[in-house]
Design a protein around this ligand. Structure first.
Ligand code: VY7
Length: 436
């Protein structure tokens, strides 16, 4: 038998929000129906419940629903209580795993094919596609040959990618992963998925103006910070349940993305939404990577923490990710201050003996060295620095350029950035190190 997985995701890996698809693409549904028709479909309980009632069970297919609940009733479907159970039900037939996030992650090791629809949208999500290990999976087909299709609904762009097992004879690794180097560097959420996703990675996310700089200052002051996606309506409720304060906009006073406002706040727990840095951190944390908030302010502490982790676990890789910005139309905008911040961390890694870096990481380091004798001046001149200064936040620009002012590494554990001192980071394992 052959087990096949099929899903639709954004370039960031979002596959769902609130038990629903965050888009409607009829062309994707048509292809989904064409590929799965006549074959058993295996789905998790939540995916079953998310199907529009008129499509439950999916017609023309044996429906298998997975749940731990032995008493669960799914009219028209077979209920299985373990993946092995479900695989026994489908027997030697070709079967499709159709969702959701939990089942994809579990079923991936049994699969021979993965059909992915990439939906070109930036969407908040709470469920993610598993990251395909490039050592095992290789792209075998894609459609269209170049560029994108455009959907009849709102012109949303989408494309189809088929993955199969990489043949033994072709052990190549995608060059975009910057393997085999211990220190790698690429931009934004897409770059983070390439160089920093997965449980064998430390992802140092760098958003100098100002998310990770604010996290650095907060953690150095003993404040715990929970990153949230921008405009995520759940942030306020989460803050309340967690006895934390929700950061507001810069102009209203109180704690905000402005580092000074957080340091002065005297609070102990902060929920901090941000458009780029927080979203990148959360997206990458969902892949199992250890996420650290890097900035010019904490470059040395972050590098020392990473070096200590690498000393105990030589298989770990450090992916340094300048987060970048978005243009108003949503297009990605690399921002030079994040390149400098990434370079400051990479240079500090070099000082602490972690020298095996890709040329991309070296380019970031050189960019930093070019401004290292006057980071304040450089940051003031940068587009983002001028934008912030013109809005009246020139102090934040100066604070962001204060090299190694903060002596702890903010490490994301269970949804919160907490300051870690580098000593004992290795001994303590992931998320380890002494609390500052
Ligand atoms: C979503 C629907 C959502 C809303 C209305 C109708 C890829 C998808 C899935 C799973 C889409 C959904 C539908 C109409 C056609 C029906 C199925 C339900 C049919 C996946 N690429 N896209 N999915 N559908 N695993 N992978 O659940 O569906 O097939 O007969």
């Amino acid at each position: 038998m052959g087990l096949k997985l099929i899903w639709a995701q954004t370039p960031d890996g979002v596959i769902g929000l609130d038990n629903d698809l965050p888009w409607r693409i009829p062309e994707d549904l048509a292809r989904f129906r064409r590929l799965t028709s006549g074959h058993p479909v295996v789905m998790g309980r939540r995916t079953w419940e998310s199907l529009p009632e008129i499509y439950r069970p999916l017609p023309g297919r044996d429906n298998v629903v997975l749940t731990h609940d032995r008493g669960y009733d799914a009219p028209g479907a077979v209920v299985a209580t373990s993946l092995d159970d479900a695989l026994a039900v489908v027997g030697d037939r070709d079967a499709w795993v159709i969702g959701g996030g939990t089942l994809y992650a579990d079923a991936l090791t049994h699969a021979d094919t993965v059909e992915v629809t990439i939906v070109d949208r930036a969407t908040v999500g709470d469920t993610f596609a598993p990251v395909l290990d490039e050592r095992r999976w290789v792209q075998t087909a894609h459609e269209p040959a170049e560029g994108w299709y455009s959907s009849v609904t709102e012109g949303t762009r989408y494309r189809f990618i088929t993955y199969g097992h990489r043949p033994q004879s072709q052990p190549a690794v995608d060059p975009r992963l910057q393997a085999p180097h211990a220190v790698r560097c690429d931009w934004g959420r897409a770059g983070a998925r390439a160089v920093a996703a997965g449980s064998d990675r430390i992802a140092v996310v760098v958003d100098v103006l100002t998310f990770t700089t604010t996290v650095a200052a907060a953690c150095a002051a003993g404040i715990e910070v929970a990153p949230f996606r921008w405009h995520d309506p759940r942030a306020a409720g989460y803050a309340e349940r967690e006895s934390a304060v929700l950061a507001g906009s810069r102009s209203t006073g109180g704690p905000s993305l402005s580092p000074g406002s957080v340091r002065a706040s005297g609070l102990s727990r902060l929920v901090l939404p941000s458009p780029n840095g927080a979203t990148t951190a959360l997206t990458i944390a969902a892949t199992g990577a250890e996420v650290v908030a890097g900035s010019i302010r904490n470059a040395d502490a972050v590098a020392r923490w990473c070096a200590a982790r690498l000393a105990t676990d030589p298989h770990l890789v450090v992916g340094v990710v300048p987060a970048g910005e978005g243009w108003p139309d949503g297009a990605f905008r690399p921002s030079v201050e994040d390149l400098w911040g990434a370079g400051a961390v990479i240079e500090a890694l070099r000082r602490h003996g972690v020298t095996d870096r890709s040329v991309e990481a070296e380019a970031a380091r050189q960019a930093w060295l070019a401004v290292a004798d006057d980071p304040v001046g450089a940051l003031r001149e940068s587009a983002s620095g001028r934008e912030l200064s013109e809005r009246g936040w020139a102090d934040d620009v100066v604070a962001a350029a204060d090299l190694d002012a903060d002596g702890v590494a903010p490490v994301l554990v269970d949804g919160w950035f907490r300051g870690r001192t580098p000593e004992a980071a290795g001994a303590a394992g992931p998320g380890g190190g002494t609390v500052a």
